[in-house]
Design a binder for this molecule. Structure first.
Ligand code: AR6
Length: 172
C-alpha cells in the first residue's frame, strides 16, 4: 500500500488528524495557504498562535484546529528561496521532518501537507516536490503512529510535479 497520497484541493477542507500550515516565522498569519487556514479555523487560532512566540525556519509548532475539520494544525515556516545557496534544501527537509515528528508525538495517524515554500517563498517546484516526497517516504519507514500522508495540491501544476516525483520514487 502506498502511504503517500496526492489530491487536488483545499487543505482547509480535509478531514485528517493534522494539517500542516506553510507559515512564516511570526506564526501570526499571512496570505496563501496560511491565510486560508486562519480564515477557516477562526480567530481562536490566531489567539493560540500569539502565545507561541513565533517559530524558526524549518522548525514546527502545533495548535488546535478550532473550526477546521482537522484536529490539529502544525505550523512550519519553510525557507524563502534565495538562489539555492542559503541552506534552502536542508531547511525545507527540516520543515517536513519536524512537522512529521510533531504529528507522531501528538499521535496523528493521517497528516496532510500543502506544498511548502513553493508559493510566495518561490522554492522551485521541480526541486521541492522530489525533496518532499523523499523525506516523507523516509519518515514513514520508521513511523510508529503516522500511517498516511496526504499531499494536498492547490493547482494542476503542483499536482503534476508531485505525481512525477512520486512515480520516480516508485520506479527506483
Ligand atoms: N490548500 C492547499 N494549498 C494551498 C491553499 C489551500 N487552501 N492555498 C494555497 N495553497 P504559499 P509559501 C498552495 O504561498 O510559499 C504566507 O503569506 C499554493 O498554491 O501559501 O510557503 C505565509 O504567511 C502553493 O502551492 O506558502 C508566509 O509568509 C502552496 O500552497 C508565506 O506565505 C504554498 O504557497 C509562505 O510561503
Amino acid at each position: 500500500m502506498n502511504k503517500i497520497t496526492l489530491t487536488l484541493g483545499d487543505i482547509t477542507q480535509v478531514n485528517v488528524d493534522a494539517i500542516v500550515n506553510a507559515a512564516n516565522t511570526s506564526l501570526l498569519g499571512g496570505g496563501g495557504v496560511d491565510g486560508a487556514i486562519h480564515r477557516a479555523a477562526g480567530p481562536q487560532l490566531l489567539a493560540e498562535c500569539r502565545t507561541l512566540n513565533g517559530c524558526r525556519t524549518g522548525e514546527a509548532k502545533i495548535t488546535k484546529g478550532y473550526r477546521l475539520p482537522a484536529k490539529y494544525v502544525i505550523h512550519t515556516p519553510g525557507p524563502i528561496w534565495q538562489g539555492g545557496n542559503h541552506h534552502e534544501r536542508e531547511l525545507l527537509r527540516n520543515s517536513y521532518m519536524n512537522s512529521l515528528k510533531l504529528a507522531e508525538t501528538y499521535r496523528c495517524q493521517i497528516v496532510a501537507f500543502p506544498s511548502i515554500s513553493t508559493g510566495v517563498y518561490h522554492f522551485p517546484l521541480d526541486q521541492a516536490a522530489p525533496l518532499a516526497i523523499r523525506v516523507i517516504q523516509d519518515f514513514l519507514r520508521s513511523a510508529k503512529v503516522v500511517e498516511q500522508v496526504q499531499m494536498v495540491c492547490f493547482d494542476d501544476g503542483t499536482k503534476r510535479a508531485y505525481d512525477h516525483a512520486l512515480s520516480e520514487l516508485n520506479e527506483s
